[in-house]
Design a protein around this ligand. Structure first.
Ligand SMILES: [Zn+2]
Length: 111
């Protein structure tokens, strides 16, 4: 993969990165990392492994777009039916909600 450039024009350097997709932790894996913008390129084999795992867990294609609504003084995020079903979330299911990154909100189902 050496000699291939990032779409930003930067050079790629072999390195390692923490791989996580759909909340599944795949551990630290090799990746080609752009020295200019930090984009990470994973190998085809790794991408296939990730896809297999995601499909196997029935999580494939569950990403949905939505909007924040308002109810009284609270903001409301609707959980799409497919995601609720996949995670076995029902009315009154206890959850923990917290921001994990500047633009990421995590909802954990309490067990
Ligand atoms: Zn780049």
């Amino acid at each position: 993969m050496l000699g291939i450039r990032c779409k930003c024009g930067g050079k790629l350097k072999r390195g390692v990165t923490e791989v996580e997709f759909f909340g599944i932790d795949f551990g630290v894996k090799q990746a080609d990392i752009c020295t200019k913008c930090g984009s990470e390129y994973l190998s085809q084999e790794l991408l296939e492994e990730i896809e297999k795992e995601v499909v196997g867990r029935g999580l494939f294609g569950l990403e949905r777009k939505g909007h924040v609504a308002k109810s009284g003084n609270s903001l409301v995020v609707r959980i799409p039916k497919e995601i609720a079903k996949s995670l076995k979330i029902e009315r009154d299911t206890p959850i923990i909600i917290y921001p994990s990154e500047p633009k990421k909100l995590v909802i954990e189902v309490e067990t």
